[in-house]
Ligand binder design. Structure first.
Ligand code: SAM
Length: 385
């Protein structure tokens, strides 16, 4: 989109058109485009209609506020989910910083949460259209600067908190490789040198070796989706601390250096939340559940008794079969299983292809969980709680 169209879109002149477009049934249809082009210049008509469909599509990810925000497709894809942004903003506020510089603010979803948390925000964005939208989204509550972080880094005062959510898109699509970050990993990690309060939003797959010893990393999952690794540095960050955080529940679990003992499969099985797995908190979770591992390197836990936990999905173990297709096919047939879910860990099989080969037919529903054990691979028949 051209900058002049973006500037028009956020102006008072466009507001009634945006309101009208929100009621347009199919804003992406050719019919709508034709009708709107009779009333507005082509690029303005297209911008209004695109905005209406982006807003509708973004409500699922960003909540009802999306229907009032100015959006771009990339910006929505890269935006932080509101519950995660709120957590980050609250932590910045609790750290006592004078304000936060959001370096690479995108459409400003994190910055919005920071404003809501009462923080003074300076938001920097190099893409002029995105910056125009961020300024409109943040209103008078934040200062938006159009510019390159690499040029502005000397301007950021040490007493301000810094947040960086680097862009992770390459010509190959979305990437979590630090070599693909914009701004570069050198620039981004330079802010986390411990001299100021800083938070870097990183891909959950970030290798531990890239995390500085003085920093604290929180792997965050939202409704079970692992969304980021937040590296915190400066005052309040526990050196070397790694933890899992579940939003919106707000529950947090610290990783320990303990090893995970392996034990026999009991009556219950737990599948830890991906944030627990990535942060290395599985042994800590096992300790709270009085559970053991199933096999070395396999992130399932087992116990004789069930203890409800937000950090894992619990399954009751109903039966235990050898992992042999012939036996599994016979079991599926005898139990008249027509709807079959297959979960697996550390077993080289395509669950969808296996399901087809097991030819499920009948009224019953079942879940099979395939896993190695020290005594060989097994298929556990489980029931989700
Ligand atoms: C992942 S998005 C930020 C999303 C934001 N946290 C949110 O929740 O809405 C990263 C943004 O950084 C901007 N960016 C990348 N490199 C930059 C640079 N060197 N200077 C300023 N902005 C930059 C990109 O244009 C992009 O909009």
């Amino acid at each position: 989109m051209e900058l002049d169209v973006a500037a028009w879109l956020v102006s008072a002149e466009a507001a009634p058109w945006l309101e009208r477009a929100a009621g347009e049934r199919d804003s992406e249809s050719l019919g709508a485009a034709d009708r709107w082009r009779r009333e507005l210049p082509v690029d303005q008509a297209a911008a209004v209609l695109t905005q209406a469909s982006l807003r509708r599509a973004a409500v699922g990810k960003l909540g009802e506020t999306a229907s009032h925000l100015f959006l771009t497709r990339d910006g929505v894809e890269q935006a932080t989910r509101p519950a995660v942004a709120r957590w980050r903003a609250d932590r910045f506020a609790a750290s006592g910083v004078a304000g936060v510089w959001d370096l690479g603010c995108g459409l400003g979803l994190d910055a919005l949460a920071m404003v809501d948390a009462g923080l003074a925000v300076t938001a920097v964005e190099k893409d002029p259209v995105t910056a125009t939208f961020a300024a409109a989204n943040l209103g008078a509550h934040a200062r938006v600067v159009v510019g390159d972080i690499e040029d502005l880094r000397g301007d950021v005062p040490l007493e301000a908190g810094v947040f960086l959510d680097p862009a992770r898109r390459t010509a190959r699509g979305r990437s979590w490789d630090v070599a693909d970050l914009s701004p570069s990993w050198d620039v981004v990690s330079g802010f986390a040198d411990g001299r100021r309060v800083a938070c870097l939003k990183l891909g959950p797959g970030i290798p531990y070796r890239l995390l500085p010893d003085h920093g604290e990393t929180v792997w965050v999952s939202d409704h079970g989706d692992l969304v980021e690794a937040a590296l915190w540095a400066g005052a309040g960050a526990g050196p070397g601390r790694r933890s899992a955080l579940l939003v919106p529940a707000g529950a947090g679990l610290d990783a320990t250096d303990d090893a995970l003992p392996v034990g026999p499969i009991g009556s219950w099985l737990y599948e830890p939340d991906p944030a627990v797995i990535r942060s290395g908190a599985v042994p800590a979770l096992a300790a709270t559940l009085d559970a053991t591992g199933i096999a070395p390197g396999v992130a399932y836990l087992t116990a004789e008794e069930h203890r409800p936990t937000p950090y894992a999905v619990a399954f009751e173990v109903l039966d235990r079969l050898p992992y042999r297709e012939k036996d599994l096919r016979a079991w599926v047939r005898q139990n008249r299983v027509g709807t079959l879910e297959i979960k697996k860990r550390a077993i080289d099989v395509d669950p969808a292809a296996l399901r087809r080969r097991l030819a499920p037919k009948g009224p019953e529903v079942a879940t099979l969980l395939l896993t190695p054990t020290p005594d060989g691979a097994v298929a556990l028949v489980v029931r989700r709680t």
